[in-house]
Write a protein that binds this ligand. Structure first.
Ligand SMILES: *Cc1c(COP(=O)(O)O)cnc(C)c1O
Length: 302
């Protein structure tokens, strides 16, 4: 796989007088794809270069990040340890993580940091070289993945002689969001609006995390480039309403594109409501499909 996979983009639908294009990162050719694949490629570059022997990360039972990391580690014969606050095993993602031989360590949320520290110490004492990957691939490495992906979006736009007025996507840890803004700042293209639809975090915290990630990575202020929208979180992580289910059904039936109720379906429904609320019409919009196909399969209610 390329270090920075190209952006597979196609026209999806007319929606409220806007042209919606979709970037199919869900079809990246590894472990059901998703934004965690772009991030994982860069993490494993460091793991391979540094001779690390075991991976420690963090995530819930529905975490796409944990699935991709456990798979990429298993491909190298490296073991993964997942620290998690939830022991549920009904999610396909958790079942796959366990299938790769990863060990799950359940602890209460307030003990996550201490549990990770203790595990890193224990593994070192056992003679291992453990590599820690933050939950969701948050941090400069994850940001870099979407800074670089931004170039691929520009490649597509140039080759097809089109420009996108807006980019929408599901924002969780804000890393994908920070990467895209960093790419835009680096290229000095300000015409575009990059809108993260939060799937859990509220402002001001959610937006502050994105701003800090941009600052850590680029040394620059995101300022007015930062649009972190928290109007469509439906009460928090993993919660969704009827509009989310409707949009998943509609798009799967109409276009064969699977969205999920935790991330992409929530973001697509949020995008529709945002466009409507701000009376945005006649624009060309890119929606980034950030993955999560196993969660679509957990949900399937067509
Ligand atoms: C993790 C994830 C996100 C959120 O990405 P962040 O970079 O953490 O904001 C969005 N969609 C899917 C499908 C994800 O797995």
């Amino acid at each position: 796989m390329d270090r920075v996979p190209s952006a597979m983009i196609h026209f999806l639908e007319e929606n409220g007088g806007n042209e919606i294009y979709i970037m199919r990162d869900d079809l990246l050719p590894f472990s059901f794809g998703g934004n965690k694949v772009r991030k994982a490629i860069l993490f494993f570059e460091q793991i391979d270069a540094g001779g690390y022997t075991v991976v420690v990360t963090y995530g819930s039972s529905s975490s796409n990040h944990c699935r991709v990391i456990a798979n990429m580690a298993a491909a190298r014969g490296i073991k993964t340890h997942v620290v998690s606050t939830d022991g549920g095993s009904s999610c396909i993602n958790r079942q796959l993580v366990e299938g790769f031989g990863a060990q799950i360590h359940i602890c209460p949320v307030e003990q996550v940091a201490a549990t990770i520290d203790r595990m890193m110490d224990q593994l070192r004492q056992q003679g291992e070289r453990p590599f820690f990957i933050p939950g969701g691939g948050h941090g400069n490495t994850g940001t870099a993945a979407y800074d670089l992906a931004y170039d691929r979006i520009c490649d597509y736009a140039q080759q097809n002689h089109i420009g996108f007025d807006y980019i929408f996507f599901a924002s969780g840890t804000g890393t994908t969001h920070a990467g895209l803004i960093s790419g835009m700042l680096r290229r000095g293209e300000q015409a575009q609006k990059i809108v993260g639809i939060s799937i859990a975090r509220k402002n001001p915290y959610g937006g502050q995390v994105v701003a800090k990630s941009v600052l850590d990575y680029t040394g620059r202020e995101a300022a007015e480039a930062l649009l972190f929208v928290d109007d469509y979180i439906c009460g928090g992580y993993g919660q969704y309403d009827a509009s989310v289910e409707r949009v998943i059904r509609r798009l799967y039936r109409q276009s064969g594109v699977p969205l999920d109720p935790i991330y992409t379906g929530k973001a697509y429904a949020g995008m529709e409501q945002y466009l409507d609320k701000h009376e945005i019409t006649g624009k060309r919009i890119l929606f980034i499909h950030t993955g999560g196909t196993p969660i679509f399969c957990d949900w399937v209610k067509l």
